[in-house]
Design a protein around this ligand. Structure first.
Ligand code: NAD
Length: 739
């Protein structure tokens, strides 16, 4: 999908400019041999995108090709891009986001299909020459060509990511892909939006050839010469599996299995994959034209759903997170020191090496160093096993992590990440020591999850070069990094850590220093409310089931087990101290230390575990927490409402205090840091869908019935009184200078 387009434009001058950009986004040249070269190259943009203006221009140029073919002076058509590493990034997301009427969506889809069908029907040989990103409409375009050649450059990724925006490929992709490569091969692309490399695309029959980027044009010319000589390439045979599953009966089975899988993975929260399967079931035996009509109708239905609008919103949040947050330039970083080779340090070291940094990993115990290296090696093994990395490459990266028990080598590091035990005095001592070992341009960071970054700055001579860099556990899987600005942190330090976080392919969210920062602060009342629900008689499984049904990846009781009951108790103590009564631990959770249970890592928590597998809720936990074993039914909606409302209320305080720049950062942080359901668009977007007045009314009711932890935050009252959204709220004290 497109990723650097501008939003809908306002004035006539801007419209003119946009129209000119669209007009110049593709050109047609006919060479002496009668080959028409249609080249995409959107002016002033990294990406080629298929706006409706570009589609109109494409249609007009195809008309010229048609006429040239009829007149006999155009013999073949080549579609290519002049941008290195970029073929076509997809349709214009702003246009998709603006559609509110299914008929409008259907008509837009039909218009796109008509252009590609015109391409499909051309009475000459058509070739797509793909180098780089080829997504969405780009893939649908090449599907309408006779022949596809892709380069094996690492940037070449082919896919149909529409499902990730809550829609289906609607310019013919849903229909044409299975007809080209077979249903079994097409479904993973259509249903998950995952991209494939040129090799994979070749193996599955999505492209006919893969070549080195340096010879792409030569190969196209040679191919055209062969075609001109009457040797048109044979259609490639489909893989055996596709031939076996080609019968209608087998296809029915494949579709029904896929439906089961989708329901298992999405729990029915995402309509688009199910709609894709229904459409394929209805259309598999229809002629192309009728199938395309059905595809367009489904697209029209999906594009107006709240889920699609929410997913587009999340996509935009992710894109916005790629932009720098301060005007300062980042310092160059090539070598990174990591202090503490524990659970986090080992994972962070591996990630750094994986993304090309030289890493110096320090601990005070050689056993810990050995363990940290083992963690890193196991993570590399996983990447190799998944086919994402060659064994040799993994070995080379592993060798980039050099262990040490002293500070040797830290003198050349440009960034250091401290990940020692979570104790202020230890951290301060380590940071003070570190400062004496590194050069003056080196940025120091702490991976603390709950301690004050500003307080740590008190231990440093150069506090401006220090900030928090809060990774989440497990580092390899959790996309979020909270970058914590202490009172004295400079923009340059933030810019440097931001740039490294981006290079690590993580999502950075800039937060102001404050207890629990962003994510843990909002999660704490959520888990605590689950504790109150236990006190009120709900069962562990009913609480977890309710929140999973809401869309959370796991319920709060399981989450407590995952985090570790000791860690959760420790963090809740810190937050209680910082925020007072509203964060007072529920009586049941106060008793956690007395149970001596640690959660998953200790093999026992709210659930029992066998190895690392969860077995069942452990009924003896109720007695251990001083609760009656007999549980009572609390309606699912009440469980959901209580747990989500306390999060919204805390997030309102976070917003008001300027911990983040706005509601978008709350939503991005919670989606990437906790798995808050993307189909809801994020916590504050969900709150806005309820309306501040409704949030206020519910909070007031619960505050009356259950106590002051539900006392509405001042911002909730203010937004309700003004009839305004949380997204419109501006923090009093902005965390960043830009954004
Ligand atoms: P851990 O106990 O697994 O590892 C800490 C390591 O630091 C140990 O190997 C210890 O030997 C080493 N160490 C202690 N003092 C040292 C010193 N002076 N110099 C060098 N090494 C020293 O802890 P962890 O879970 O990896 O947590 C590390 C930090 O990351 C903490 O601040 C924690 O709050 C934070 N964090 C942890 C998680 C998590 O889920 N584990 C998540 C996010 C952040």
């Amino acid at each position: 999908m497109a990723n650097d387009t501008k939003g809908a434009t306002g004035g006539a001058v801007e419209d003119d400019t946009a129209a000119a950009v669209d007009r110049n986004a593709l050109t047609l040249e006919v060479d002496a041999g009668g080959t028409a070269w249609l080249t995409f190259d959107r002016p002033d943009s990294r990406a080629n995108i298929l706006t409706s203006g570009v589609m109109q221009r494409l249609d007009a140029l195809l008309g010229e090709v048609e006429a040239g073919a009829q007149a006999g002076h155009i013999k073949a058509l080549v579609i290519t891009s002049a941008k290195p590493g970029m073929f076509i990034a997809g349709a214009n997301i702003d246009e998709i986001a603006g559609i509110t009427d299914p008929a409008e969506g259907e008509a837009g889809s039909r218009r796109g299909q008509a252009v590609f069908s015109r391409l499909d029907r051309l009475q000459l040989f058509t070739v797509a020459a793909v180098d780089g990103v080829c997504l969405g409409g780009g893939t649908e375009l090449i599907l309408a060509c006779d022949y596809r050649i892709a380069t094996d450059a690492p940037a070449t990724k082919i896919g149909l990511p529409e499902i990730q925006l809550g829609i289906i490929p609607g310019f013919g992709g849903t229909t044409r892909l299975p007809r080209l490569v077979g249903l079994t091969a097409a479904l993973p692309l259509i249903l998950t939006g995952k991209t494939v490399t040129a090799s994979k695309a070749y193996r599955m029959g999505l492209v006919d050839e893969r070549v080195h980027p340096a010879i792409l044009r030569e190969r196209v010319r040679a191919l055209l010469a062969e075609v001109a000589a009457g040797r048109r390439p044979q259609a490639r045979k489909r893989p055996l599996l596709e031939r076996i599953t080609g019968s209608s009966l087998a296809r029915g089975f494949v579709l029904s299995q896929a439906r089961k899988q989708v329901l298992k993975e999405t729990k029915g929260h995402y309509p688009a994959p199910l709609a894709a399967l229904e459409t394929l079931t209805r259309t598999e035996s229809l002629p192309l034209d009728r199938a395309l009509k059905e595809e367009a109708r489904t697209l029209g239905r999906l594009v107006v759903t709240p889920v699609s609008k929410n997913l587009i919103h999340v996509f935009r949040l992710m894109e916005a997170a790629k932009k720098p947050v301060t005007p300062a330039s980042p310092r160059d970083v090539a070598k990174v020191g990591v202090v503490g080779a524990g659970v986090m340090g080992g994972g962070i070291a591996q990630l750094l090496a994986y993304r090309g940094y030289a890493v110096r990993l320090k601990d005070i115990q050689s056993a810990a160093l050995g363990h940290g290296l083992k963690t890193a090696r196991e993570l590399f093994d996983k990447v190799v096993k998944r086919g994402r990395l060659h064994r040799r490459e993994a070995e080379r990266m592993m060798a980039a992590i050099s262990p040490t028990l002293d500070y040797s080598g830290f003198g050349t590091a440009e960034l250091v990440i401290e990940a020692v035990v979570e104790r202020m005095e230890v951290k301060k001592a380590v940071l003070r020591e570190l400062e004496g070992q590194v050069t003056s341009g080196c940025v120091l960071t702490s991976n603390t999850s709950a301690l004050s970054v500003t307080e740590m700055q008190g231990a440093l001579e150069r506090p401006e070069d220090f900030c928090g860099m809060h990774f989440f556990n497990p580092v390899n899987r959790m996309p979020l990094v909270e970058i914590v600005r202490g009172e004295q942190t400079s923009d340059e330090a933030i810019a440097t850590v931001w740039a490294v976080t981006r290079k690590l392919d993580k999502t950075p969210v800039l937060v102001q220093d404050g207890p629990g920062f962003l994510v843990n602060r909002i999660l704490a009342p959520y888990m605590n409310e689950a504790g109150w629900l236990l006190v009120d008689g709900a069962s562990v499984e009913s609480i977890d089931r309710a929140l999973v049904a809401f869309g959370m990846p796991m319920g709060p009781m399981r989450l407590l087990d995952e985090v570790g009951l000791d860690v959760a108790h420790h963090v809740s103590g810190i937050l209680h101290q910082a925020f007072g009564a509203r964060m007072a631990p529920a009586p049941a959770l106060e008793k956690l230390p007395a149970t001596k249970r640690l959660g998953r890592k200790g093999g026992l928590g709210f659930y029992t575990y066998e190895g690392s597998r969860e077995k069942a809720p452990d009924a003896s936990m109720y007695a251990a927490l001083g609760l009656p074993v007999t549980r009572r039914d609390i309606p699912r909606e009440v469980i959901q409402e209580r747990c989500i409302l306390v999060m919204i209320n805390e997030a309102a305080r976070v917003l008001e205090e300027g911990i983040v720049r706005g509601a978008g950062d709350v939503d991005l942080g919670l989606i990437t840091g906790t798995g808050f359901p993307p189909f809801r668009g994020g916590l504050m977007r969900y709150a806005d869908s309820l309306g501040a007045a409704s949030v206020l009314e519910k909070l007031e009711r619960y505050a009356r019935d259950l106590g002051e932890r539900f006392e509405p935050a001042p911002l909730v009252r203010a937004r309700a009184a003004e009839g305004a959204s949380f997204y419109g709220a501006r923090p009093k004290r902005p965390v960043a200078t830009v954004g």
